[in-house]
Design a protein around this ligand. Structure first.
Ligand code: PGA
Length: 226
């Protein structure tokens, strides 16, 4: 599984923990690769994504720590760290199920607008918008790292199944652009218009700009129509 951080998946993780506690699911045979990590934050930093995943998910389920994988934000040579991660994902056989959030600017993981759809893991300069949005987790905006390591859009696209979660009005434009805007790097999530097995799960606010008359039974785009 490819996994995200952020506010959006918190309830998903809480529900999965609940199902684990009820004995309905187990993560013993699950291998995870997280999507991204801030450059310069170590795993003990409360805002690092490794810390987030342990606190909000992994510490509460039966996943084996050695089966949870991350980009190392402390790696001296980012390019070597990125190729290590890409090789690892390849050796694991790729990603079966990628779960993700979406940025207000349409980013997937930390692939900001303008990122090529062909990218693999790379060092990404964060947009002003993303830094501002993520500053809510830090004491001051200036503490938000300016760079992050992220898996690339090509790797996300190669996942066999993709679920993107979006909640709140602030995501409505990104959801509209992703589904009905042009297939274009200006909205990284529009990449998924061509994916055969991508599901967007949105609350009514995030879906508020989509054609409401078509939403009752789920809004479906056939990749072949692009
Ligand atoms: P959020 O972040 O879940 O905290 O809104 C999503 C994202 O930026 O991809």
């Amino acid at each position: 599984m490819g996994l995200p951080t952020g506010s959006t998946p918190l309830l998903t993780y809480a529900r999965l923990i609940e199902l684990y506690r009820l004995g309905k699911i187990s993560f013993k045979n699950v291998i995870t690769v997280n999507m991204d990590e801030y450059k310069g934050l170590d795993e003990n930093h409360p805002q690092s994504y490794r810390y987030f995943m342990k606190k909000n998910f992994f510490n509460h389920i039966d996943i084996l720590p050695q089966n949870t994988h991350f980009l190392n934000g402390m790696a001296q040579a980012s390019d070597m760290e990125c190729s290590r991660y890409d090789t690892l994902i390849k050796q694991l056989g790729g990603i079966d199920l990628q779960i993700g959030g979406i940025g207000c600017n349409g980013h997937l993981a930390f692939n900001e607008p303008g990122t090529s759809f062909e990218t693999r893991s790379h060092l990404q300069r964060l947009s002003e918008e993303t830094i501002k949005a993520n500053s809510r987790f830090f004491d001051q905006e200036k503490e938000v790292p300016k760079e992050a390591l992220t898996i690339g859009l090509k790797t996300i696209f190669e996942a066999r199944q993709i679920i993107i979660l979006a909640t709140g009005k602030s995501k409505s434009q990104a959801i509209y652009e992703a589904l009905l805007g042009p297939y274009d790097i200006s909205c990284p999530a529009s990449l998924l218009q061509k994916h055969a097995n991508a599901l967007f799960i949105c609350d009514s606010e995030a879906a508020s700009l989509l054609p409401q008359d078509q939403l009752k039974n789920g809004f479906s785009l056939k990749p072949s129509s692009y």
